[in-house]
Design a protein around this ligand. Sequence first.
Ligand SMILES: Nc1ncnc2c1ncn2[C@@H]1O[C@H](COP(=O)(O)OP(=O)(O)OP(=O)(O)O)[C@@H](O)[C@H]1O
Length: 249
Amino acid sequence: MLLTVAYLSKRFGDQPVLRDITCGLAAGQVLAVLGRSGGGKTTLLKILAGLETPDTGTVLLDGQDLLPVPPNERQMVYLYQEPLLFPHLTVFENVAFGLRIRQVGKNEIVQRVSKMLEELDLGAHAQKAPHQLSGGQRQRVSFGRALIIRPRLLLLDEPFGNLDAQTRADMQQLFLRVTRQHQITSLFVTHDSREALTVGTHFAYLDRGLLTSFPSVREFIQDPRTSIAAELTFWESIQRTAFQPDYET
Ligand SMILES: Nc1ncnc2c1ncn2[C@@H]1O[C@H](COP(=O)(O)OP(=O)(O)OP(=O)(O)O)[C@@H](O)[C@H]1O
């Protein structure tokens, strides 16, 4: 296992927000965590990123205790709904940033950043500033910034929540293509069951601080808490009704 989380708990005051969270993630997997609002998804990601500390429990990355490691040494990237870009830097320089602070050579930077921009369909926008881009393009730049430093774990917190349905679907496909190509391991939290099913290789449900991991996509779909089976039944009934001969009369 690349990531092992065991019996992780967190309270804010007397409110338990995470309760004995236990899960694991092997290299290259995408754990899609579906959850209702306020269920503790962001708190879980913040603990993994080192922005919150748990009350109890362990987190291991490649067998190493992660909790004492400062956030900037965890080799993780945390992507939010709102892409965080430097407004005064070009798209190219935003993506190059992580390489510059690691003092990667100039030629290698040009080569790696150009390749990443092509992969993200941003080649034509390299010299633009973030405010000259659409929301989806900005989120792609934010992706490029994250991936260029080859993180060991990518943490995604509703990354496409602010995008319209078509852009969101495009971004999901792009996420799949790029993370597969770079063999990125990710923990992807979302409210949206379709998104979870699209991006996930493994599935979990988080509600009121309790995480359920499913042994297969089938169990995930069938669990009544995910509401996926109910939604399928709904669409099937719509289809049956809509195709009845007397429907339009
Ligand atoms: N720093 C904090 N201090 C006190 N309570 C907090 C703090 N952070 C989160 N909470 C509470 O913990 C609970 C879980 O919050 P969290 O942000 O983890 O939920 P979430 O599942 O990410 O929700 P959403 O999808 O709406 O962002 C909420 O009830 C929230 O009010």
